[in-house]
Design a protein around this ligand. Structure first.
Ligand code: FA5
Ligand code: MG
Length: 502
């Protein structure tokens, strides 16, 4: 293969590794803007209506503008609230996590509205203006100042301001434009937790540290054992710095409380998962004698420092469960003057990823099915191993195209207005392709993978080939039906993304 011709065949494992987490990367990407217009309006039983100049959602009207990019099928998910259904795997898991947090200390918030301001979702948390998470390619905008929350952290500042208890727990649906595969869906559920201490209640920093350390004893014990790897120092001047407002012993005490709390959550959840596997005959009881293995790794979030991610060793690989850290003092002090004297921790965990291993659910789309064969397998307060009712045959179709040539971005579009990958003067953002495929194929799309890309040595034009894998959760698809969808996808890619089909 010549040096000028770049041709890569990417396995799905490699694709997973190259994807960067939304809120941990700060890489800057060149300007790119795409406008996808959706003409459909919600049917009469929908909670929304898309009008020419506005969107009405739950009877509230939002003027639309050049930022508006939220499509009807995403708005349709707003009333589902899987985390509030007591017999749904997401609701069952939410309740298990809650059981680790005494309600006397941690207030519960499970019905906060999904439509938030950019101030709540980004500004209150100290996201820089050029953070990729603000981009239209990553976030669903109702309009310039209004988004579907991309994480439960959007409510942190409000909770710090309003909540009288020293801690809170939130569970909620969150929305992100993202890849399509078995573990990514544009709507998923998160739980946010936080705990603060007020310096004013203590005579000295030593007393504060002693009180936080004493509180570790109040964390409820678990019957399941875990081994914890925590190879890094509790903070590091460059990689994971202390905040200027915290002494080392203060930050270390807060971090220890945070880590012991979350280790308890993981021990409980994965201990129950093992039991369910034994009951299903998938594990021998002797395996339970090996403790679960979890590890802490250093991370970055704009709203915590130091920060970590927690991973669990499961089925032969490390699985990322959550992000957390010591709350950035400006998040507290800007929330309210009464929070100026406080310090504490926060975490955010993804419920789907955990529920998939807890219940043995092989595909993230299953959480959204209304098929009784799925729903009837689960009961309130019970963890059981999912018994697949059937697996229908997959059908894949490839689409190959040349990328469009770059055009000047429209005047007045900020750097956050659309970020794309620039290749030899051609622009392309994969999430826009994912969104088009999802908009047409809906839940019939199992995954979409880049299988081939190269740059022509003479023209320098770049080509990409994506494989779209179609499979229904509930029935067999006909070839004709899939051909039909694929043709619509091809037309939409040509029209909306200005690619040249090959
Ligand atoms: C956040 O969303 C931060 N708000 C977490 C946080 C809260 C950090 C408080 C510090 C303090 P992140 O983007 O990594 O971080 O997502 C958190 C978790 O959500 C991930 O660990 C993962 O379990 C889950 N998650 C993220 N993206 C998806 C997705 N597309 N589908 C399913 N689960 C996802
Ligand atoms: Mg992450």
């Amino acid at each position: 293969m010549s040096a000028t011709m770049r041709r890569t065949l990417l396995s799905s494992a490699a694709r997973l590794q190259i994807r960067t987490p939304v809120y941990t990367s700060l890489k800057s990407r060149p300007l790119f803007r795409i406008t996808v217009r959706y003409s459909s309006t919600g049917s009469s039983d929908e909670c929304f209506k898309i009008n020419p100049d506005s969107i009405t959602i739950f009877d509230k009207s939002y003027p639309s503008d050049t930022w508006t990019n939220v499509p009807p099928q995403i708005l349709s998910a707003l009333p589902r609230k899987l985390h509030l259904q007591p017999s749904h795997p997401i609701g069952i898991l939410r309740t298990i996590v809650e059981s680790r947090f005494p309600s006397s200390t941690y207030a519960r918030h499970n019905t906060l509205p999904a439509i938030v301001s950019t101030a709540q979702n980004f500004d209150s948390l100290g996201f820089p203006m050029d953070h990729p998470g603000r981009s239209k390619t990553d976030t669903y905008y109702v309009n310039e100042k209004t988004v579907l929350r991309t994480h439960t952290s959007a409510h942190q500042a409000d909770m710090f301001r309003e909540e009288e208890k020293p801690g809170f727990l939130i569970s909620a649906d969150v929305y992100r434009r993202d890849a399509i595969d078995r573990s990514h869906y544009p709507v998923f559920h998160q739980m946010e937790g936080a705990r603060v201490w007020d310096r004013k209640a203590y005579a000295s920093s030593e007393e504060l540290v002693a009180a936080i350390t004493e509180d570790i004893n109040n964390i409820p014990p678990t019957t399941f054992s875990v081994t914890v790897e925590d190879p890094n120092p509790p903070h590091h001047a460059e990689r994971n710095p202390l905040q200027p407002t915290h002494s080392a012993p203060e930050a270390e005490a807060v971090a220890a409380h945070l880590k012991r709390t979350l280790e308890g959550v993981v021990a409980e959840v994965f201990g129950r998962a093992r039991q369910a596997k034994i009951e299903a005959g998938l594990l021998t009881p002797s395996t339970t004698e090996e403790p679960l293995k979890i590890r802490w790794i250093e991370a970055y979030f704009p709203f915590t420092s130091p920060s970590w991610e927690l991973e669990v060793w499961w089925d032969g690989q490390w699985l990322e469960l959550l992000g957390c850290g010591v709350v950035q003092h400006p998040v507290l002090s800007s929330a309210s003057p009464s929070c100026e004297s406080k310090l504490g921790w926060a975490f955010g965990l993804g419920l789907e990823r955990i529920a998939m291993v807890l219940f043995g659910i092989p595909d993230i789309r299953l959480f959204w099915t209304r098929d009784a064969r799925f729903l009837e397998q689960f009961g309130e307060g019970r963890v059981c191993w999912f018994n697949p009712y059937s697996k229908y045959p997959p059908c894949y179709k490839d689409v190959a195209f040349w990328l469009p040539q770059a055009t000047e971005p429209a005047a007045g579009v900020s750097a956050a207005g659309g970020l794309g990958e620039m290749q030899n003067g051609q622009v392309f953002h994969e999430n826009d392709l994912m969104e088009i495929v999802r908009g047409i194929g809906g839940d019939l799309v199992e995954d979409v993978q880049l299988i081939d890309e190269f740059t022509h040595p003479k023209t320098k034009k770049s080509s990409k080939c994506y494989r779209i894998n179609y499979r229904s959760m509930d029935r067999s698809l006909t070839n004709e039906e899939v051909d039909n969808i694929q043709e619509k996808v091809r037309q939409a890619l040509e029209k909306e993304m200005k690619v040249t089909l090959r």
